[in-house]
Design a protein around this ligand. Sequence first.
Ligand code: FEC
Length: 312
Amino acid sequence: MMTTIGVLVMSYGTPESMDQIEAYYTHIRRGHPPTEDQLKELTDRYEAIVGGVFPLRANTDNQVAALQETLNRMNPYQDKQFICYQGLKHASPFIEDGVEAMAKDGIKEAVGIVLAPHYSVMSIGGYIKRAEAKAAEHGIAMKFVKSYHLHPKLIEVLAKRVSAKLEQFVEAGALRDKVRVLFSAHSLPAKILEMGDPYQDQLLETSRAVAEKAGVTSWQFTWQSAGRTAEPWLGPDILDTLRDLSQEQIEDVLVAPVGFVSDHLEVLYDLDIEAKAIAKELDMRLERIDSLNTDPLYMETLSDCIFSTFKS
Ligand code: FEC
């Protein structure tokens, strides 16, 4: 008998239009509306990236469609087929909506995966908790992929992207070993370290593996996109790192935001606009690796992880 497996593909979410930014921001802030200044600042950032378009929406839609295609094409099980459902953390369709949609379609067995490779109780942990609670309400048996930060295909595709951009530096006259590769990821409140959270270690492991595979010796890890709250966040922030590198006379920098898998605000604004502006002031050349988006190796990474939940 053929079993249909529901795959809940979870991602951060983004507004659908400019008038939804306030509701989105309020959701991120756990129901506390932003001040007028905070709202304006965020609206201005969205305006700056692509004039009020929200690229993460189309990118997530495309990733979900590409994953469903890859899962069914690479499917090693003759008695299973896979249907992907989208569930977003801070926008519609919410994680709970995705689970409801599975229940409506009569799904009894499901796997959840997040479009972010590194586990933190504050990020992936939050997605899983919400999906688990809703699945239990509907009697859906659900397994989860918690992280995939060292999957060989993920490391391969990231290393390829790093090598491709380093090649461009070399073509422009730089020495490959003189380009500093900065691996980066979204910062989180520093208290996660006291909680023994694996997030930082997993990010360092990804960075080390990618550097090794790409033959990069001059690299370091830095944080980016810290929240605008009073509590301490993990640092150093990329803008401070760039200032430090300038003191070291580093002229060429390649950023590899390995904590993200898609083009969105934190890449298109925080790196392509904000970090680039600082680099320009410091007389540095700063480039960024291309985002994974629907790269087949990334889709295969996700598919392998989903298949592997049936082996245990
Ligand atoms: O393009 C877009 O519309 C959305 C881009 C976006 C991604 C993203 C990913 C992560 N975040 C993570 C943690 C936090 C924590 C807070 C926080 C706040 C924001 C705000 C915006 C935002 N994040 Fe985000 N994040 C994205 C966007 N994020 C906008 C609100 C304004 C600001 O602070 O800049 C702080 C919440 C609080 O106030 O308590 C914590 C983590 C990721 C990567 C993993 C994942 O994708 O889930 C971790 C994409």
